[in-house]
Design a protein around this ligand. Structure first.
Ligand code: ZN
Ligand code: ZN
Length: 553
């Protein structure tokens, strides 16, 4: 008798067809291990939504089989979902020191620190989790302490790169462990899953250390205050800004909640090195001459609530931009954020600041590998199968093509979608099914209570506003009203005629109902809505949301 051999299933619940909410399940026999657990940020169609989570249904339904969450690095699109998932299932979390430090900040905020087991690992460590053996391999990325994962079970061996670039001169001297990548290539890798973010770009991503030289040059001879905006999580960027500040005899003030939180964690854990006496509180900067201060702040994407945007709008209590201030935006706009960041730059210029951004100087490098780096990794690892990850659909397609140009057969490259169940063993790799993989929206304290219908209403309200009609009835006869209240539709005081005519339309609708002996409120409301809809559209070419309210006395 032959028993059917179990295969490894790889199930990405997020991160494919998008840059965001990365989460991939590895399932072998009865065990499931989760790799990364990120969030995405809402697009402009998601009115009022704070963050976007993947659909955890499959995990919740298989709760008892989930053994652990294993993390590649501490970016929001890889760790942001952890507090939300932990509300559904409690499992230990594995990650490197800085990654776990950043996770602990989140657990603390959500009061989950005491109930969650955290296991700190180092590159080269191998851990056994259920039927899996997972090895952590040093990589380079825009956040320190990033790792790739080599995931082994009886059925297959998978190398997941995480987000990475190849930096031969990283700030912490910890170069990506290419030697290990090559060894694994010799050992044999059944499946490679690799970062596709920059696959459209030829050449190599420059070393993070190249940015430091630019800061040194830009700071030279400046007499005014200097303000640099960057991602809080780019610890090595913050380090280089601080180094340039100290070299120019300036003190450093951190501004913005995430900049302060992340930098404090990085300082405590030894990933950021700034002498205590070089740091000053943002509230004390006016005690110093402008030539003695560098402010490092959040807001490099023009996010409306971040420190830099509020400074540019003159709404930041602790710091106002003065004419002559040098403002450096050390980031490139994430696609979609260009408008917001340009608005901030324009506002800063209006306030008299001198602004330097990516188009004007080399003040930013990416954290993701470009084509030549990707080719090197593919060549070293020589996987039997390849699934491109971490990218919008076209990036995944480009990455699949890149693998094929290096000699991989088309049938061994799989461009999968979120929810696709990819089965892997030494003989091959194919998509065999699908699990639920939508999105869950978070608004304030509500998780998943805002769905398509609520979003449609918000969109409707945002476009044409609200029109409320109140009528008081007694035994089917109107005794008061109709009264009209509107918001975001027309300015009532200047539209008296329109409102009076609208009232007339409602009255006519009511008498039609009376004549036809219609007493059901739903039908009366329907009649009011329909006639108002028509009337208002005719007069204004707008379609406000109409809410008839009937009251009985
Ligand atoms: Zn990342
Ligand atoms: Zn990422």
């Amino acid at each position: 008798m032959t028993t059917k051999k179990s295969k490894l299933k790889v199930i990405p619940l997020g991160g494919l067809g998008e840059v965001g909410k990365n989460i991939t399940l590895f399932e072998y026999k009865k065990d499931i291990v989760i790799v990364d657990c990120g969030i995405a940020f809402p697009d402009e169609s998601m009115f009022g939504i704070d963050i976007v989570l993947p659909d955890y249904t499959y995990l919740v339904n298989n709760k008892d089989r989930v053994k652990a969450i294993v993390l590649t690095h501490g970016h929001e699109d890889h760790i942001g979902g952890i507090p939300y998932l932990l509300k559904e299932l409690n499992v230990p979390i594995y990650g490197t020191k800085l990654t776990i430090g950043l996770v602990e900040n989140k657990l603390n905020e959500h009061k989950l620190l005491d109930t969650t087991e955290r296991i700190v690992v180092k590159p080269k460590d191998v851990v056994k989790i259920g039927g899996f053996e997972i090895e952590f391999i040093r990589t380079n990325h825009s956040i320190a302490d990033s790792v790739a994962l080599f995931i082994k079970c009886e059925a297959a061996k998978v190398l997941h790169t995480g987000d990475f670039k190849i930096d031969y001169n990283p700030i912490d001297d910890e170069v990506i462990d290419l030697k290990r990548f090559a060894e694994l290539g010799t050992e044999g890798v059944d499946l490679l899953m690799a970062d596709s973010t920059n696959v459209e770009l030829p050449g190599y991503t420059l070393s993070e250390s190249s940015v430091g030289k630019t800061f040194m040059e830009l700071f030279n001879g400046v007499k005014s205050r200097i303000l640099v905006a960057s991602f809080a999580s780019s610890v090595h960027r913050v380090q280089q800004i601080a180094d340039a500040a100290i070299a120019h005899n300036r003190k450093i003030a951190l501004s913005g909640r995430s900049m302060i939180n992340v930098s404090n964690t990085a300082l405590e854990l030894g990933y950021l090195h700034i002498p205590q006496d070089a740091l000053v509180d943002i509230r004390d900067i006016n005690k110093y001459d402008p030539s003695e201060i560098v402010v490092i702040s959040t807001g490099s994407q023009g996010e409306p609530l971040a420190a830099l945007s509020r400074m540019a709008a003159g709404e930041y209590r602790q710091l106002s931009i003065n004419a002559g201030d040098l403002v450096i935006i050390s980031a490139s706009p994430i696609p979609g954020n260009e408008k917001m960041i340009n608005r901030v730059i324009n506002n800063l210029y209006k306030l008299g600041a001198n602004v330097i951004y990516e188009k004007l100087a080399d003040i930013h490098v990416s954290g993701h590998a470009k084509q030549e780096e990707l080719k090197l990794v593919h060549t070293l690892v020589k996987p039997k199968n390849f699934v491109p990850v971490h990218g919008e659909y076209r990036m995944l397609m480009h990455h699949a093509k890149l693998a094929q140009e290096l000699g991989m057969c088309e049938e061994n490259t799989i461009v999968a979608e979120n929810g696709g169940v990819i089965e892997v063993d030494e003989t091959g790799c194919k998509v065999i099914g699908k699990v639920p993989s939508g999105i869950t929206l978070v608004d304030g304290l509500g998780i998943g209570d805002v769905g398509n219908i609520v979003l449609r209403d918000r969109k409707h309200l945002s476009e044409d506003g609200l029109f409320i009609v109140v009528v008081t009835l007694s035994k089917g006869k109107t005794v008061a009203g109709p009264d009209v209240i509107s918001r975001g539709f027309v300015y009532v005081r200047e539209s008296e005629e329109l409102i009076n005519n609208a009232r007339r339309v409602v009255k006519e609708a009511l008498s039609r109902c009376e004549e036809k002996n219609i007493y059901e409120w739903n039908k009366i409301k329907g009649e009011i809505k329909e006639s108002l809809d028509q009337f208002l559209f005719e007069k204004t070419k707008r379609k406000p949301m109409i809410l008839p309210i009937l009251m009985e006395v």
